[in-house]
Design a protein around this ligand. Structure first.
Ligand SMILES: NC(=O)c1ccc[n+]([C@@H]2O[C@H](COP(=O)([O-])OP(=O)(O)OC[C@H]3O[C@@H](n4cnc5c(N)ncnc54)[C@H](O)[C@@H]3O)[C@@H](O)[C@H]2O)c1
Length: 367
């Protein structure tokens, strides 16, 4: 994520007219050689190997957190105390209580804050939000989301350490729930409102893996797969599914929403398209429309190329940074803030709890 965020910081003012311009002052990584190589490649002025030193620097106004999940809270709380503007990768934290401490820290310090649920800012997803808010779908009946991968099927894959911290529950917090379902949940809350109750099942298919740091075979604490049923406050029913064991799928994030008048479908593999079916169309020409979201009046697209030319994944990070900087200039926070992301965390916690209790669990509402 360090690369996607750095790319966004370098590009954003080329394409968006903004009052603020990010200056790449310093990059921090534990390994000095890696930090230096990264700084040279992406144009940072300096490097640090201790994030505390980075935060203590007077020439740093904004801290962008792209470290593994177990460090989010410590870094964010320290950055808030130092009065820095904060961008944080998702999930906000490993658990709801940990995320709550981060919300309290940024709100106490009064520092602008934002969480990188970047899929909101893929133009086709933003268009879906606009169509829903215009009431085109009418009453919503169903929400269906999936996020499928296949990269942890091998039992020989170790857990822990660089690149594999996602398999270590102590570092990641959870498996697919905090990593992948968190994205699906953030999008769902944004598009369709609050989730009230969940009923989940989760599985750890490979129960023991060698730990890269200890060198020993250790119990695996993450969920390899998780699926849940849910009820939204607006009365609609939902199914969510995520796994790292769906052979053949690398990052298949899809959602479908069925309303009284119309339905929407989006697929990350075809991210510049939004599928739209409107029952109010004349019968003879009624059918699923595949909207190529590349025209000047589509969200964000007027800032890029001529109509018909598409953009990709990395642009969602440019868009979120543009909105965040715009928010700083206008005093109107871009969303999701830490407080918004806390609600996603509460849903994740309720999902994991339900997978254990095998009961419906209520989702606490962020006040
Ligand atoms: N928005 C998205 O779609 C998305 C996608 C991938 C990852 N993420 C999130 O981004 C974060 C990072 O994920 P990643 O895939 O980039 O991980 P990664 O393992 O590729 O990178 C993490 C980096 O943090 C560095 N690091 C670890 N401990 C450190 C410390 N104490 N001080 C300084 N640097 C340290 C590592 O050296 C590494 O360079 C996670 O929270 C993850 O959930 C979000």
């Amino acid at each position: 994520m360090g690369r996607t965020h750095s790319n966004a910081a370098r590009r954003v003012n080329n394409f968006f007219d903004l009052e603020y311009q990010p200056v790449l002052k310093a990059v921090c990584d534990l390994d000095a050689a890696r930090a230096q190589a990264f700084a040279a490649q992406w144009g940072y002025e300096s490097c640090e190997t201790d994030w505390r030193k980075l935060i203590a620097r007077q020439d740093i106004d904004m801290v962008d957190i792209t470290v593994p999940n177990d460090l989010h809270r410590e870094v964010a709380v320290a950055a808030a105390k130092a009065g820095k503007v904060i961008l944080c990768e998702k999930p906000l934290a490993r658990t709801g209580p940990e995320a709550l401490k981060m919300v309290q820290a940024v709100e106490r310090a009064g520092v602008p804050n934002f969480v990188s649920y970047n899929y909101r800012r893929i133009p086709a997803v933003t268009l879906a939000k606009q169509l829903i808010d215009e009431g085109r779908l009418g009453r919503i009946f169903h929400y269906r989301a999936k996020f499928l991968q296949d990269w942890t099927i091998s039992k020989d894959l170790p857990q822990g350490g660089p690149a594999l911290w996602r398999l270590d529950a102590k570092v990641a917090g959870s498996g697919v729930t905090g990593d992948l379902l968190a994205h699906c949940i953030d999008t769902a809350l944004w598009l369709n409102g609050d989730l009230e109750q969940v009923n989940a099942m989760a599985e750890t298919f490979i129960k023991q893996r060698k730990h890269t740091v200890s060198g020993k075979v250790e119990k695996v604490g993450i969920d390899d797969a998780c699926a849940f049923l849910a009820r939204f406050k607006n009365g609609s029913l939902a199914t969510f599914e995520s796994t790292r064991f769906a052979r053949g799928h690398k990052a298949l994030y899809t959602f479908e929403i069925n309303g009284e008048h119309a339905s929407l479908f989006w697929d990350l593999h075809d991210l510049h398209r939004l599928q739209y079916f409107d029952h109010r169309d004349a019968g003879r020409v009624r059918g699923w429309r595949s909207i190529h979201v590349t025209d000047g009046d589509h969200p964000y697209m007027g800032k890029w190329w001529v109509p018909g030319l598409q953009i990709g994944y990395e642009h969602s990070f440019v868009h979120q940074l543009a909105d965040f900087l715009q928010g700083l200039a206008t005093g109107k926070s871009a969303r999701p803030t830490f407080r918004d992301a806390l609600q996603t965390q509460y849903v994740c916690d309720a999902v994991l709890k339900s997978a254990k209790t095998r009961r419906w669990e209520k989702v606490p509402k962020v006040k």
